[in-house]
Design a protein around this ligand. Structure first.
Ligand SMILES: *Cc1c(COP(=O)(O)O)cnc(C)c1O
Length: 428
């Protein structure tokens, strides 16, 4: 894939010089390295856990502190960006990000909360149609959410919640097996709810094919895009996905506990048969402050909003989304594919005897992964992770032997990737 002479620091540096997104690295603050560390710069590869802080967050946050100080409650209507419609400052960016209409996306709450709100509306089991299909290695919060929803409706999760089945010895699930499993569940299937990419393997599922297959059997299809938003190219409206949720503190760099997003396809707006938990922020804006006795829903996904949102979290999200708008997702994914492939190639060239990449290999014709590589270490994974501490490397380790490494296209350089692989190589 890469020519042999790319296995050098000079080649890495030259990729950086020629990279159109290289300039965005300066937009971010990098963590300091601990004193005992042998290196002076950090090698940050944990963007799938918590994205780095965009420098401009300080400015937008201080603007809102100033507005609060200066206007008090009047800040809802005054200042550069009044708070009352503040969440609308995110809408267009989210719409571009996930391929939804502006009426289909909203920034609200946090991720698992939004997942429950969506399950309340879109998991409506009946006696013979009650099963939920999830990943085999789901993020625990998703598992707990669907289990508790099944129980809430009077079903035993052991029976109602069905997991994908990878083949013996395989970590990822083959597309044809996934679709076959949906067929097998047939009429009993009420909901398909998958994370995309999978948080552990980095595998990206074909969302359009899954949505079509689920719909063939009358099931609802939703995705948790915690690892998809800001990472994958998404076209939710066109793919006819019923709902999606995502967080913004991973690939989207909005800060710890940052606000989540939600997508509800417009075909479900204004459908009075869909149950929903409701709060005053979902009420029509024109009469919200008349404080009427009966809920009058906004005719969009905004009807799912409950509370007036935390402005400081929205402010940092706004700053981070500006960067995504400037860089654009197609360019981010393009660099991501090249940078991640470079990492994979360097690992295979230099550490192939004890490192095995679990994430599907890049494909030109189909999106099968994002920017995270999940690697299995056949040699002392814990010791390697221990040794990272003195080298300034930040990535993450999952028991018993999985390392997740994400070169983030907005702030990681080719040189970062090269240096990381040298550190892993030295460890051998
Ligand atoms: C990160 C992540 C979560 C975290 O949930 P919060 O509600 O934001 O704490 C949940 N699900 C998946 C798939 C994740 O990757």
């Amino acid at each position: 894939m890469f020519e042999q002479n790319k296995n050098s620091i000079e080649a890495a540096k030259s990729f950086d010089t020629n990279c159109p997104l290289n300039k965005f690295r300066d937009e971010f603050e990098f963590p300091e390295v601990p004193e005992e560390c042998q290196e002076k710069d950090v090698l940050y590869f944990a963007g799938h856990s918590l994205g780095l802080m965009p420098k401009r967050v300080r400015t937008v946050m201080s603007d809102e502190l100033d507005a609060w100080g200066k206007y008090g409650v009047e800040g809802h209507f005054m200042g550069k960006k009044p708070w009352l419609p503040y969440h609308e400052n995110i809408t267009e960016s989210f719409s571009r990000l996930v391929g939804g209409k502006t009426t289909e996306v909203v920034a609200m709450n946090s991720l698992t909360v939004n997942l429950h709100l969506m399950l309340t509306s879109f998991y409506r089991p009946t006696k013979n149609k009650y099963k939920i299909l999830i990943e085999n290695n789901t993020f625990p919060s998703d598992q707990y959410a669907v289990d508790s929803q099944a129980r809430f409706h009077g079903y035993n999760p052991e029976e109602a919640v069905v997991e994908l089945k990878p083949r013996q010895g395989e970590m990822t699930v083959r597309q044809e097996d996934l679709l076959a499993q949906i067929d097998e569940l047939g009429d009993e299937l009420a909901l398909v709810m998958l994370g995309n990419c999978n948080y552990l393997s980095g595998q990206c599922f074909d969302m359009e094919a899954i949505t079509n297959k689920g719909h063939e059997h009358g099931a609802m299809v939703g995705f948790n895009l915690a690892h998809g938003a800001g990472n994958l190219l998404l076209d939710l409206h066109k793919w006819n996905v019923d709902f999606a949720v995502w967080c913004s503190y991973k690939y989207l760099n909005s800060g710890p506990g940052g606000m989540a997003g939600a997508f509800v396809h417009e075909k479900h707006h204004n459908d009075p048969t869909i149950p929903r938990y409701e709060g005053w922020w979902g009420n029509n804006k024109s009469n919200r402050f008349e404080m009427k006795r009966r809920f009058d829903p906004i005719a969009s996904v905004e009807a799912w909003q409950l509370s007036n949102p935390p402005i400081f979290q929205l402010a940092s999200l706004r700053a981070s989304m500006e960067i995504f708008d400037e860089a654009t997702m197609p360019a981010i994914r393009k660099k991501g594919d090249h940078l991640t492939s470079y990492l994979e190639w360097l690992l295979t060239e230099n550490c192939g005897s004890f490192v095995k990449v679990q994430t599907p290999a890049f494909r030109e014709d189909k999106q099968v992964r994002g920017s995270m590589l999940s690697i299995k270490m056949t040699k002392d994974p814990k010791q390697l992770v221990e040794s990272f501490k003195n080298k300034g490397v930040i990535c993450d380790f999952r028991e018993p032997d999985i390392l997740r490494i994400s070169p983030a296209p907005l702030y990681n350089s080719y040189e970062d990737v090269y240096r990381l692989v040298q550190i892993i190589k030295e460890f051998s």
